[in-house]
Design a binder for this molecule. Sequence first.
Ligand code: GLC
Length: 522
Amino acid sequence: MYEIYLRSFKDTTGTGLGDLQGIIDKMDYLSDTLGVDAIWITPFYPSPMADFGYDVSDYRDVHPLFGDLATFDRLVARAHEAGLKVIIDFVPNHSSDQHPWFIESRSSRDNPRRDWYVWRDPKPDGSPPNNWLSVFGGSAWEWDERTGQYYLHSFLKEQPDLNWRNPAVRAAMFDNMRFWLDRHVDGVRIDAAQFVMKDPAERDNPPNVTGLPQAHKPMGAYDAQVHLYDKGHADVHQLYRELRAVLNEYEPPRMALGEVHIFDWTELASYYGRDLDELSMPTNFGLLKAPWTAAGIRAVVDGLEAALPAGAWPNYLLGSHDDRRLATRLGEHGSRQAAVLLLTLRGSPTLYYGDELGMREAEIPPDRRQDPWGMTEPTLGRDGCRTPMQWSPDPTAGFTSARAPWLPVGSDHALRNVESQLADPDSHLNLYRRLLRLRRRSPALRIGSYRAVDPVPPECFVFERSSEAERVLVAVNLADAPLSVVVAGCAGTIAVSTKRMHEGKAVEGALQLAPHEAVVVV
Ligand code: GLC
């Protein structure tokens, strides 16, 4: 799966903002040049853009900045023609405060839609009903002067939380999902999937006495609490069983990739459902939290593999529109190792646009900041990973004809762009292309089993993928020194390496790895 941050992929109208037609125009790049199997498109719905589209004011239309329903239909048809599946973002936890439902809900206490959102009385002293915090800073409760109550917003105050305990909300939101499934989308990425169900008693969260971040990255003031009661209540599972049943109304059944940030593998596994009847795949951010060492990486993979119910299919990602760029976090060597791991581990990988070029986190001058989170907590801002896709060395990176794209183009675009990297056999892009090609023709890599190989030097992570007909060995040297790895019965050819000059070499018994090298032996 390839995540397209729509606003930054390709602008065809000169607004400085990416659009749906841009994806259509780049379909050959996606299906052939790069060779992915599916695209996930971030929100394109009408929205006041307080959180850049994750504040939806109409779940059944396209924002005119991005195109219209006819463009969307053409996109799906063109993607299917090219053999790509289409996954769209579905944002269930909250709507925009400009959604007609919320406008009605806040109009009076006895409005029939009052209970579509979460309204509560203040405490006797006028303070919010409990201590819950907004992910983006401050209390999760916003006071509404006119009706004299607070409403809940787990994110911005412009993103009021829907009340999923109200059956009418469920029915309406499932119908909104059907609206797109009827337009032949192949799956949904469920935004903030843990948040939809909170503690019905709305208890205070306990303080986070360790002070350590609970997610894969620091979250500022939000880290002051253990988020025990403001998300992930046990009845979330019943909800996802219902949602899955909606996806199963279609033939073939549609897919749900649910955004969760869970690092306890048993809890993560619970989101698949005991009978694999909940999320098709809860997202796995484990490799973003793990120390980038052989032991750190292996602990994530083995931990998840051991916790998964039989038949569950893992997934891995190493970047997203919410995280610092992969190549900035891990550097040149680490991001190449990451490419090999992402595309050879058992499961469905999600590749974030531009990571195939090794795009770095961009420096955003304060007066060009866009992300509301970055406005309140500059170190947490997400603009640096959302800059325009770098198609060419041009001043606007071939992204737009406008003089100024909505976010500045990364300063590395002359070096890291599709055009230049296609011409360089050793580039990041060509490494991804070779890996994707190998994966496509290798049943072991696509669907084979996983087994870690032991014993190996401690700086090395080695595993085997095997199907009935094929055995593939993957070895990653995390050390800054050459290593020799002896694997019983290992014989084959280096099909892909982060050091291209080693490709095609025969291997027998011992595998010689250069410093930082990752190889796939077939
Ligand atoms: C998810 C999205 C993020 C958004 C938030 C609120 O975490 O990935 O971009 O800001 O939900 O919708």
